[in-house]
Design a binder for this molecule. Structure first.
Ligand code: CA
Length: 223
């Protein structure tokens, strides 16, 4: 999923590192080193904002408050310094979509960005799939027939379908669909996927869930 990101970060080394990582992941990055620049650079082309908290001309939370008024639907992830425990509550109260304490692993950041972008898809986004998903009733149909899925299977499948054609990492599947971080030797995702595959069937008309080494699982629609 490519998107334009606004990175508001005053530390030049940190900003360079993040811009490189995010560009490598396929995102376009617009960088602002302070609040004034962030406001000037913000446009409808920006799909997500990453906000540092300590900025030279103010506080990231003040910027967040302004963004919530000027761009109510723009997803925002706050990047806060270590030890700012109250920041999480404050950030989420002010309407941040997620929060990441520094220092963080860049992999963790890119996983959060993907998750927030996916959640920010409008409810009525049409997803082309042989599976009809009813998110409200948490029901899935294939060829008009209701699939008998557990809640975890429904959530895993929804995540995979929404992400097509990109694979979704096991970390993300575990966190987003099973509601827990992936542990060492944790096979829970694999077990659910294997049951889900059985329920989808093996025929030509069935979608496939393919394991991709080191990258997770990918959803493939029948051709
Ligand atoms: Ca800072």
């Amino acid at each position: 999923m490519n998107a334009n990101l606004l990175l508001v970060e005053d530390d030049p080394d940190m900003a360079d590192l993040l811009a490189q990582v995010l560009a490598y992941e396929g995102y376009s990055v617009t960088h602002a080193g302070n609040i004034a620049a962030a406001k000037a650079l913000l446009s409808d082309q920006i799909q997500l904002a990453l906000l540092d908290v300590g900025l030279p001309d103010g506080n990231g939370f003040d910027l967040l408050r302004d963004l919530r008024e000027s761009h109510p639907k723009l997803p925002v992830i706050m990047l806060t310094a270590r030890g700012e425990a109250m920041d999480r509550v404050l950030g989420l109260e002010l309407g941040a979509d997620d929060y990441l304490p520094k220092p963080f692993e860049t992999r963790e950041l890119t996983a959060r960005i993907r998750a927030v972008l996916r959640r920010s898809l409008p409810e009525d986004t049409v997803i082309e799939s042989v599976i009809e998903l009813d998110a409200r009733r948490r029901e899935a149909r294939m060829g008009g027939k209701l699939l008998d899925l557990t809640g975890a299977e429904f959530d895993l499948m929804t995540l995979l379908i929404k992400n097509t054609p990109d694979p979704v990492s096991k970390d993300e599947l575990s966190e987003q669909a099973l509601g827990k971080p992936l542990g060492p030797f944790d096979r829970a995702v694999d077990v659910h996927i294997s049951r889900l595959r059985k329920k989808l069937g093996e025929g030509d008309q069935s979608p496939k869930i393919v394991a991709i080494r080191n990258r997770g699982y990918q959803w493939l629609e029948p051709v």
